[in-house]
Design a protein around this ligand. Sequence first.
Ligand code: RTP
Ligand code: MG
Length: 139
Amino acid sequence: MSTERTLVLIKPDGVKRNLSGAILARVEAKGYTLAELKKVDATREVLEEHYAEHEGKPFYEPLVEFMLSGPIVAAIFEGERVIEGFRSLAGTTDPTTAAPGTIRGDFGRDWGTAVQQNLVHGSDSPESAEREIGIWFGK
Ligand code: RTP
Ligand code: MG
């Protein structure tokens, strides 16, 4: 059985607040292996592909603008059940109410912005992971 992979993004709020190391350290400390890592300025084209499922939703345009507002750290992590493991570490979408102990719960809150700035993205299924890894790292 091949080990599962997931795409993790540290969004511009996390990079700007100098939390990249703290976030990556939590994922490594849980036991997942860092396979690829880079800092990137995303293009609108990449973000429209990445967030295609959200096109047309009220938060779509603010979300793309937020993701264009500064550099992003993109990583691939590997390990058994890493997709659900990372999403559990990240916490629920709204950082104000994400459980303490999670990345979003410990480091995030509502800043009164048009979109939820919640520090991280993690793929939500094996199909999404392979699709998103292709977008950010190529095949
Ligand atoms: P992600 O895809 O970033 O890992 O987060 P998620 O699965 O928890 O959330 P999802 O529903 O996929 O939404 C993608 C991102 O859009 C922003 N969002 N803002 N009402 C809002 O203000 C709102 N809803 C979604 C968040 O940044 C969310 O992570
Ligand atoms: Mg999502």
